[in-house]
Design a protein around this ligand. Structure first.
Ligand code: AP5
Ligand code: ZN
Length: 213
């Protein structure tokens, strides 16, 4: 199956995507992760992208559609689109790409979380730079301070755009450019909305129910 995880910054898309990878063997395609990888490549494009991301603005459709096109052409059975599409143009492009490769879109999971909770989640987040595990100062600290529970790495990082200023821009971008996708996929009868404020496992259960139902 191919699914989209849709929701504002900090809604828990990455957290749930990792669970779905574990439980269903799907492949996570996070345009945010791909763009951050491009940044660390140190190319001119990577540097330009990094500036846009640090401000909290969206990167151009052309760049992200290109990244997704490349990944889909590598094939695979079952993708989780995490943080993509984010504009109507990206949604249309994804529709065409799936059609070209003979794939279908099975479900769009909208994760609903109110702004206040998003601020708390984003400002407390850190991730393992080695294995990608996502943590939170309050809701999911590491068992041993400064050491990843999963892989034992001490390379734990905070993102450049995880501050209140950039978050304001990211939220505005979401409401202006991404939230119209809720109606877009509702009209296509693909939309399932879940309560993203619940505990991580409860959210996962709700997503499973939506996918199995
Ligand atoms: P991206 O990397 O996609 O970031 P985002 O959408 O802002 O989402 P986040 O990764 O911040 O949050 P999340 O929903 O994954 O939450 P998480 O699971 O980590 O994009 C970054 C930037 O890249 C964009 O601003 C843009 O510039 C660019 N970009 C990316 N894609 C693009 C595209 N398609 N087009 C154009 N530009 C693009 O959880 C957050 C925290 O909350 C964690 O600490 C976690 O432990 C905690 N948490 C999670 N779930 C729960 C829960 N249920 N209860 C309590 N705490 C929880
Ligand atoms: Zn790790």
């Amino acid at each position: 199956i191919n699914i989209i995880l849709l929701g504002p910054p900090g809604a828990g898309k990455g957290t749930q995507a990792r669970k779905l990878v574990e439980e269903r063997g799907l492949v996570q395609l996070s345009t945010g992760d791909m763009l951050r990888a491009a940044k660390s490549s140190g190319t001119e494009m990577g540097n330009r992208v990094a500036e846009v991301m640090a401000r909290g603005q969206l990167v151009t459709d052309e760049i992200v559609i290109g990244l997704i096109r490349e990944k889909l052409s590598e094939g695979g059975n079952g993708f989780i689109f995490d943080g993509f599409p984010r504009t109507l143009a990206q949604a249309d492009a994804l529709g065409h790409l799936l059609e070209e490769t003979g794939m279908t879109l099975d479900a769009v999971i909208e994760m609903q979380v109110e702004d206040e909770a998003l601020v708390r989640r984003i400002t407390g987040r850190f991730t393992c730079n080695n294995c990608g595990e996502v943590y939170h100062d309050d809701s999911k600290p590491t068992k041993k301070e400064g050491v990843c529970d999963v892989c034992g790495s001490t390379d734990l990082k905070r993102r450049a755009d995880d501050n209140e200023d950039s978050l304001k821009t990211r939220l505005l971008e979401y409401y202006k450019k991404t939230s119209p996708l809720i109606g877009y996929y509702y009209a296509k009868k693909k939309l399932h909305s879940v309560d993203g404020l619940a505990q991580v496992d409860a959210v996962a259960t709700e997503i499973s129910a939506a996918l199995n139902g």
